[in-house]
Ligand binder design. Sequence first.
Ligand SMILES: C[S@@+](CC[C@H](N)C(=O)[O-])C[C@H]1O[C@@H](n2cnc3c(N)ncnc32)[C@H](O)[C@@H]1O
Ligand SMILES: [Mg+2]
Length: 523
Amino acid sequence: LDAFLRPYYKNFSFTFTKQNDSDDEGSEDQVYAEYHEEKGVVFFPPVYVQRYAAVTDCLMDDVWYGKLEKVADFGYHDMSFIKYLKEVPGIQHIMGVDIETIPIQSSSDLLSSEDYMPKRENPLKVTLFQGNAADPDYRLIGCDAVIAIEMIEHMLPHDLDRFVQTVFGFIKPWVVVLTTPNGDFNVLFKSMEKNGLRRLDHFFEWSREQYHDWCTNIVLRYPQYSVSCKGIGPGPPDTAHLGCCSQMAIFVSKNYIKQQDLDPNSLALVASKDVPSLSLDDMTSSYECIPDNNMLCITNELNCTTLQVKKFSKTTQNMMAKNKIDSLVHTREVVDEIRHLTKMLNFDKSCKQCGGDHILHNFNWGENAPYWNEYYKVVRDYNYPFETKSDECRILDLICEEINSLVDKQWDDEFPAEINRLEIPIDHLMKAVVHITDDVDKVKELLEWNGYQIVGDLVVHSRLIVDTTSIGTHDDDWADNETVSDWDTSDVRSSSLSDGSTNVPDFYGLKLFFSLYMSPPNT
Ligand SMILES: C[S@@+](CC[C@H](N)C(=O)[O-])C[C@H]1O[C@@H](n2cnc3c(N)ncnc32)[C@H](O)[C@@H]1O
Ligand SMILES: [Mg+2]
């Protein structure tokens, strides 16, 4: 994925800016669009693929490569993006949130693949929730990245506002990637004219300027974030002034602190990996004490969570009674006690210390809130089977990968077809495994044992002649008409994949992307 997806977006931007030079050289590698008599604008590859590749590229940026461990995908629909997300290096926990429950059935085969899929090398947990992305469910705490692909335009205005607060004020992830259609582009879709140039299932389709304004406003409200916008899905030649079919905003936090990296003695209520937390930063601005009731009322813009503080020590209670708010929040004792309380709240539904009484009151849940800020229903919680590979196994896999990419490169360089032997110096292959071993003899022996032909210091690879004529001839099977609603698109998309054929578009590195990840279903 790294090799094939990573350069994708860069390549795409390059192609896009280059488009005006009527330079058709290597056009099979390009991302482009053209007019089709019946279908209107047709994208290559389909726009949703371009979106997935662009978002994946963002998640693999050098700055946080391999470091995004917990990621939320809002509006995950039929899990079609989660399929790629789960291959992004470093990811250990994916939280999918969707307001609909219908799509989940169609996604089930992605989560029960242990019978025929190789085991993963790293643990991965996928949790699917049913819920409104606007609600700040405590299980989102600790997400390093938040993604919402073509979701915000499906949200009611007040939910969209709450979503912004949930993401930037509550989750506060390192990276946020949001995509939405580009309204400017819609003039190219003739079939949308009768709908007022938008898709009927969308509440809005913003121009680039409107999206830019919305994003700018977010970073004004949450100044620890910066934002940049990019287009996805360039149109046919001479339409560059309209931008791309979709637009993507990438928000990055300037002072992101990973929950588990926080100093446990600092004035913050820290979440260990799965322990929900309250950030004291949030509380200082917005909590109030109600001394008579021994309550500590923690409020934010959205809701009020009330902790009864009868478990607090006398000193704390006195301070609260005196309403010494400033000194209160700077007291280690309080921090510890609240930490203890929140842990208790989240792990013991019936609290042992208060004899089964729930001690949590929440505006949205009323008296008997089972957990703090538990809004979502768990639809599916899935742990992928994994096993740690032996060094031998890792070496073999890496060398095999390296040889395959050399073979591919050779195809690209259009070596004469009759050359079907490739001699690779062992030193070259050693570079791929340098982080595991430098023992050349051991590697040679390992390769020989596993059927590789070694002559001196060369590994000899004999090329298999594969008939590729069927590749790239089924472009029409792709749902590439963006004017239909998402629902229609995804229907066509899944039916085109469920016929069991591998329709591999002959396209850039995406050829491999497809053959690797768009494999036929297990019917
Ligand atoms: C166009 S689909 C998203 C497609 C998907 N992200 C992809 O990349 O293929 C929009 C999804 O957002 C979901 N959705 C709409 N409003 C939502 C909300 N308030 N909270 C969570 N999901 C929502 C819909 O149920 C739908 O599955
Ligand atoms: Mg949509």
